[in-house]
Design a binder for this molecule. Sequence first.
Ligand SMILES: *Cc1c(COP(=O)(O)O)cnc(C)c1O
Ligand code: SF4
Length: 451
Amino acid sequence: MSQKQRSGVKFKQYTLRNISEIVQLQQLNNEQRFELEVVAQVLPFKTNQFVVDELIDWRNIPEDPIYQLTFPQRGMLHEDEFNRLAALLRDTNGSRDELQEAVNEIRYNLNPHPDGQMDTNVPEFKGAKIEGVQHKYAETALFFPQAGQTCHAYCTFCFRWAQFVGIDELRFAAPNMNRFVGYLKAHPEITDVLITGGDPMVMNSKMLRKTIEPLLSPELEHLQSVRIGTKSLAYWPHKYVDDPDAEDVLDVLSGVVRSGKHLAIMAHFSHTRELDPPIVAEAAQRLHDIGALIRTQSPVIRHINDDPEVWQEMWRRQVRLGMVPYYMFVERDTGARDYFAVPLARAYEIYREAIRNVSGLARTARGPSMSATPGKVEIQGIAEVGDEKFFVLRFIQARNAEWVQRPFFARFDPEATWLNHLIPAFGESEQFFQSQLYNSEIKAISGAIRM
Ligand SMILES: *Cc1c(COP(=O)(O)O)cnc(C)c1O
Ligand code: SF4
């Protein structure tokens, strides 16, 4: 049977509204189901039939990593917050307003806008901001198509969670492709556009075409690569195989390659489990067939993948599928951070142990890396000189390109989980880039700079 004739599979999704239709949840007792509902008031919840049937091992819940990845857990809220919400939900006389107020308060305590990213990196064109665009590093512009600001399922740790529950201040005004293309034309230093979300691959082929085709215009000859950041290979690989729209989606994507540019699929995989369903290999093959290259990335997250063996196995299997391991990230300081955070020292050990057990073909993965205000900072090592122990750091990407690759040092701290916890080593009062960062224009825009 040709691919065209394969009967299309239907995408079935679950939110809090129809969560009771997930039959596997019947194995939870009433108390556990209630806990899930309490936490899902605060953190976004969405999953789908593929994740439920093919990825979660229901014999192993709640510890199962994919269950932890997509189903809110009691420990993701502080005990007092959990109890407050639980009481409000149990109180049949309680008002909706009171519940909503509590939910909002708890959400604001979860640092919904880490790094002020949303306001600091929005570029201007002809005197007005271009909504839905971020331009932080010279060579790459990020584009957030409005129709791509949701996902096939939500990850419980996601740093973009605030936009899914509607409290994010960045309103994705219908991005105007003409203005974005105008901006790109005026910026020959931009070689890459990264289409991101949410997950832009929730868009159908028609929406995708409207987003991608303008980028292929002959006027944008300096644009070398179109990157697409997506979790779809894990959450909905059918998108490329037997979804009713699959052929058209592949056709739109292949237009990038036909126009003489590189098509980079930046695939988010959190766990080896996501590589198990045979349809993932099939989807990857079809993307390779149209000339795409798949690169992989993920944050390291407690309860999900804070284990070198998971990373080692994930990287090996990705290479076998023709994918190129790209980044290991440190999770941002937002959302259920206390539940998910892995100390930098531990993240580095996980990286090191995993990387030394894979061949050079998988050692393309860099990290662990923090996407912070000044740039992407990689922990390169933990070193000791005399009796001082310290982290060796470098910028993989920086707001100021001159900072890239320059090593710098911070006092070793086994508990530190983010750049702003790190104190400069050797008695320095600040890192080499800090005064420049504070003096730069972003201070004026964002007020408080947090690293
Ligand atoms: C990570 C990131 C990029 C892409 O960086 P590469 O190192 O080129 O993959 C671009 N813009 C922003 C804001 C980023 O965080
Ligand atoms: S798929 Fe990506 S954007 Fe969507 S919830 Fe997961 S991490 Fe966040």
